[in-house]
Ligand binder design. Structure first.
Ligand SMILES: [Zn+2]
Length: 133
């Protein structure tokens, strides 16, 4: 197993009992550089506000490794990320909410936006999709 190189790790900022809410209402994941986000600071899904599950790459070595350095370097540089995911991200209702929100943003009709919002609220409340997605 490759040891995490120190240069790739941001110093963790103190959490001070804070929580993080994903700002985008269509985003159900969060991938900060390993060690950047305080481990005791929970992150909440932008789509449904559920507390996200996290896999810390720095502690387990199992987290996400994205990208490699240039081919001329002796040791390829890998950037490790902590991987936050909504526990519902695979659920049909969760996917439908994301699609409806994209549809809402595309619409130039306030009537259609209102209708879509009603359906979104209903789906999040029931955790049941209204169509198969
Ligand atoms: Zn969610």
């Amino acid at each position: 197993m490759e040891e995490l190189s120190k240069e790739n790790v941001h110093p963790s900022r103190p959490s001070l009992g804070k929580t993080t809410h994903i700002k985008s209402d269509t985003q159900d994941y969060y991938r900060p550089t390993a060690g950047f986000h305080p481990k005791d600071e929970p992150v909440y899904c932008g789509v449904c506000q559920a507390k996200m599950n996290v896999e810390f790459s720095s502690s387990s070595g199992q987290g996400l490794a994205i990208g490699t350095g240039n081919k001329t370097s002796v040791r390829p540089q890998r950037t490790l990320y902590d991987d936050y995911r909504c526990p519902h991200y695979r659920d049909s209702w969760h996917k439908q909410v994301i699609m409806l929100r994209h549809e809402k943003k595309k619409s130039f009709s306030s009537t259609i936006r209102d209708i879509l919002e009603k359906e979104i609220v209903q789906i999040i409340g029931s955790k049941e999709p209204t169509v198969e997605v």
